[in-house]
Design a protein around this ligand. Structure first.
Ligand SMILES: NC(=O)c1ccc[n+]([C@@H]2O[C@H](COP(=O)([O-])OP(=O)(O)OC[C@H]3O[C@@H](n4cnc5c(N)ncnc54)[C@H](OP(=O)(O)O)[C@@H]3O)[C@@H](O)[C@H]2O)c1
Length: 341
């Protein structure tokens, strides 16, 4: 297995643990023996559990000696809830460490220097852009900006409507698209809606089928109008209802700050048009995932509310990253041209 193949495998491993590691990063690691044969692999375990490198080392045992560790993020050099990965790699007799992205945190970063000082060969920057845009994107973003990474997801008709004139919106898209949304939910730490969506749709906002971990459900509800019997209040997952008593009214930066301080690194914003417009206008949308159904409504609210754009020259432009057919629908993924668009 060559180094790029090993790095792509490490990314794949880290994707499988997305949504389960925060506030720790979802890291993947592959160990190759002296001949370049894979002898161990691992990904970050939930908080308090071993990091990716340790899982891979445990799997490889003595076969790791003299081998190469291929890791998506620079191995940590600090003792947190677990010991430093740099020490474990040195102790296992690893001779070379290959890293895609540097760890930007003050406490854990600098691991490559420790490894070099211990006499290991260290190669950095193998597939750095590909890895940084993958499962680590949310965590790296949160380290850089101090706030969670926000994916705004919506479902709309061909004419861009997210609900019918009577406010019903179930279901705009096909079953496979809705299953895909459950996958997205499973990859984030928190799912966020406004009180408008709770009152209109009474969504449960859980991942189904239950993967064994559920994102925090968050309702932005200034006046505390979430009904006592709302499904979002059931026991299937934890719920946080942020009222004006918790954060200043409609202050999204303050709401994100509350979530970040709880260890939330990534968010799926699920509606509706009023809250989506507020997030976009505040420059707080980092990725858009839109599911477009081949249907027309001709009336009803648009996927996003008023953005204050009066002329075509003022359109907010995004970069299209991906287009996929999902069931009978199309999934579009786009990002702002630059951070904080
Ligand atoms: N197709 C889709 O993808 C989709 C997804 C979700 C919803 N929907 C549809 O959308 C409709 C509900 O739309 P909606 O826009 O009323 O729901 P919403 O965006 O979920 O909720 C809006 C409410 O959020 C509260 N809010 C909290 N912080 C805010 C802020 N910073 N800026 C603005 N509002 C803030 C406001 O109420 P307070 O002032 O009381 O806090 C506001 O009225 C329903 O018809 C539903 O079916 C469609």
């Amino acid at each position: 297995m060559d180094l790029e193949q090993a790095m792509r495998r490490a990314v794949e491993l880290s994707r499988a643990v997305l949504g389960t590691t925060s506030p720790n990063p979802p890291v993947g690691a592959v160990l190759l023996d002296r001949e370049g044969e894979p002898v161990g692999e691992g990904a970050t375990q939930p908080v308090g559990g071993p990091h990716a490198e340790i899982v891979a080392l445990q799997q490889a045992g003595v076969r790791a000696y003299g081998g190469t560790a291929v890791v998506t993020l620079e191995p940590c050099r600090h003792t947190g809830r677990t010991g430093p990965c740099t020490g474990a790699l040195v102790a296992a007799g690893i001779s070379r460490v290959v890293v895609a992205c540097a760890d930007p945190t003050a406490e854990a970063g600098g691991g490559v220097d420790v490894l070099r000082a211990a006499g290991l060969d260290v190669e950095t920057g193998v597939l750095p852009d590909e890895v940084a845009a993958g499962p680590l994107a949310g965590w790296l973003h949160a380290q850089r900006t101090g706030r969670p990474y926000v994916t705004w997801k919506y479902a709309a008709t061909l004419d861009g409507r997210s609900a019918a004139a009577d406010r019903t919106s179930r279901w705009i898209t096909s079953e496979p698209a809705r299953a895909d949304v459950h996958r997205l939910r499973g990859e984030v730490d928190a799912v966020v809606v406004g009180i408008g969506t709770v009152l209109a749709d009474d969504p449960q906002l859980t991942v189904r089928p239950d993967p064994g971990h559920q994102p925090l459900r968050v309702v932005l509800d200034s006046d505390g109008r979430t009904p006592v019997g709302a499904r979002v209040r059931d026991s299937a997952a934890e719920t946080l209802i942020l009222t004006a008593a918790d954060v200043p009214r409609h202050d999204l930066a303050a709401a994100l700050d509350v979530l970040h301080r709880r260890g939330v690194v990534s968010i799926l914003l699920e509606g509706g048009p009023v809250l989506a417009a507020a997030f976009v206008q505040a420059g707080l949308v980092d990725r858009i995932v839109g599911y477009v159904a081949p249907a027309l409504l001709g009336a009803g609210p648009a996927a996003v509310g008023d953005l204050g754009v009066g002329t075509i020259g003022g359109a907010l432009r995004f970069v299209l990253e991906d287009v996929q057919r999902v069931g009978d629908d199309i999934r579009l993924t786009a990002r702002p041209e630059k951070e904080g668009n």
